[in-house]
Design a protein around this ligand. Sequence first.
Ligand code: PMP
Length: 424
Amino acid sequence: MNLTLEKRRKVLSSSLSLSYTKPLHIVRGSGQFLYDKNGIKYLDGVNNIQHVGHAHPKISTAAYKQLQILNTNTRYLDQHVLDYAERLLKKLPSKLSVCFFTNSGSESNDLALRLARTYTQSSDTIVLEGAYHGHTESLINVSPYKYKGPGGFTPPKYIHEIPMPDIKRGIYRGSSAEERYLKTLSTKIDLIKSQGKNPIFMFEPFMGCGGQLPLPEKFLNKGHKLIQQSCGISIADEVQTGFGRLGSHYWAFEFFNIEPDIVTLGKSMGNGFPLSAVITTREIANRFDNGMEYFNSFGGNAVSSVVGDTVLKIIAEEGLQENAKDVGQYLKRQLLELKYKNPIIGDIRGEGLFLGVEIVDLKKNKISLPILASNIIDKMRDKCILLSVDGPKKNIIKIKPPLPFNKENADFLVENFYKVLLGL
Ligand code: PMP
């Protein structure tokens, strides 16, 4: 009997899930590796939160030092939050000039919706099928990934869902697909405008829970223009994709040559420390300042600011964005080679160290194979490599490791992936 598992069942909610058929008891992490209670070492191919590596000594030192001095809130003047905000803003287009600091991706997206709804005086929000934006009530309402899944519900009328713009597997495919997906967006914009309101469009430029899917370039570029022309507000959720993970760009929205009105950040921002942000324009921030105070007990405290600042420095000092580009390309190339050798690999998607491997039956009209995908990650776990499965059909194997992940790790992953596929 596993006593830890028994205890967990007793004291925690059963709605929390555990990864793998044989759950792992991890006790330590370092760089791109995790260690279980028996000292077994695992290559971490999936923890995108520990962006600069598990237990990075510069982060623990910075947090410890600041905890010994002071950790209050933004009702006092404090240099740390200002220095951090300034450095973070330098990474973004100049129109995005105001930071709100929060403590989770959900909190950021909830605040982003409040900002957008205050600005537009409307709740009408367009979302993509398959999207996940967070766990609060307001966000479950904008997350088809949740409201259409087990225990789901009908979202409020002001939520306007459009199909996931997947040009390979979605409802529209082939050369006219992008235009047709764009039409679904423009139709919703027209509907909202016909009611005398301005639309809010919330999206991840590369969908995470939606299966590591980059949005089609024209769809997002032109769609963003339509939102701007209709006096709407765009919210880019960069919770999964920000901070250089995609290699060639620091933010995913940069792939599309757009400048969103609001950007939300989280996960990797604090390398596991609860730290997130909403960044927007001065105009939107000013409209939100309508007399109701915005206070956040923890958001923007000195310790969080120091941690966030240290993450930015490590990404730069250790060349982690360049590493994501270089190793990501190397890994993707090898996965593509594997695809040509194996009839159950459909699409290889993503950029940098944000990749997805689609598991399908190529002989049977590319039917998705979710059980097989889960079996594969269980078998990879037995080979000490940690991956996960997601996407609307639960058949996309996600690869999004801590950014110190190197070519040797990529080789190890691919070699074992090949062996697992051979043994199926
Ligand atoms: N947005 C996206 C795209 C996410 O993937 C997640 C978490 N998986 C969230 C928001 C919510 O973040 P958190 O779990 O920190 O609340």
